[in-house]
Design a protein around this ligand. Structure first.
Ligand code: ZN
Ligand code: ZN
Length: 258
């Protein structure tokens, strides 16, 4: 598969890239909607985090911005392809399964650190305007996952480049990265906490943490792991969005405060 990828011409790589990211976005988005709006509420597992309505205008904006990000990610696939063609990066040949598993673990950790650093950068004064597009969604949806300004899309899309320059990864591990990334992205933007506990503990708490990031703006810059926010003192208190939500819904504080 890796040899096939390297042998293609640039136009084919871009076309395959756009098709790949379109499928990822649509497939994981639909799965997330199905789970968080139909299946899990039906069986009474978990809870919606933010009851505020999402307008059709927000959804259209998220879809438009995500389409532009898909083009950037898809066309941008020529960069790792170019690194391989130039011999600046290589692919592991017939690696054992455990090597692929370790590589996926390393890429996951790198993805968390890369996201945290870029996200912090996007919240600085000079970069803030490039992140405003994503934050127009105060209530995240599964369609917010790729709703980025082109500059943010290019920054986040650069995630495999440094690891590829440092190590010859297997093609399978590299391909897992965008799949893992959007799966986690959907968890964070689902506006649904799929857990018996409220607040959820561990990785299931990612949806509440990222919902709070959208509702409050400052803090919770990490994604699945809370470790970097703890290290840098940027954790948002669990009840931080209660007053805002209550103001919009006309109800008292939500169970978010627990
Ligand atoms: Zn942000
Ligand atoms: Zn977000």
């Amino acid at each position: 598969m890796g040899e096939w990828f390297i042998a293609q011409n640039a136009l084919t790589v871009m076309a395959v890239g756009v098709a790949f990211f379109t499928l990822l976005y649509a497939g994981t988005g639909l799965l997330s909607v199905l789970l968080s709006r139909v299946v899990l509420p039906h069986i009474g597992h978990g809870r919606r985090l933010d009851p505020r309505p999402v307008t059709g205008e927000q959804l259209r904006r998220e879809l438009r911005a995500s389409a532009s990000s898909i083009l950037i990610f898809g066309i941008g696939l020529v960069v790792p392809w170019g690194l391989l063609r130039l011999g600046w990066a290589g692919l592991a040949v017939d690696p054992p399964w455990w090597q692929v598993a370790i590589e996926i673990g390393v890429l996951f950790l790198w993805n968390e650190l890369h996201f945290y650093l870029n996200h912090r950068l996007l919240h600085t004064r000079p970069m803030r305007r490039f992140h405003a597009m994503h934050h127009r969604s105060h209530v995240p949806t599964p369609w917010s996952t790729y709703a980025f300004h082109p500059v943010e899309a290019a920054m986040l899309g650069s995630v495999p480049l440094i690891p590829m320059l440092l190590h010859d990864f297997s093609f399978a591990a590299l391909m897992t990265l965008p799949v893992l990334s959007i799966a986690l992205n959907n968890l964070g933007h689902s506006n649904y906490e799929a857990s018996r506990d409220a607040p959820a503990r561990g990785w299931l708490g990612a949806s509440r943490r990222h919902h709070l990031h959208h509702a409050c703006y400052h803090g919770n810059y990490g994604f699945l792991l809370e470790v970097f926010d703890r290290m840098f003192g940027s954790v948002i208190p669990l009840d931080a969005a209660d007053r805002n939500i209550a103001r919009h819904t006309g109800h008292g504080t939500t169970e978010v405060s627990r």
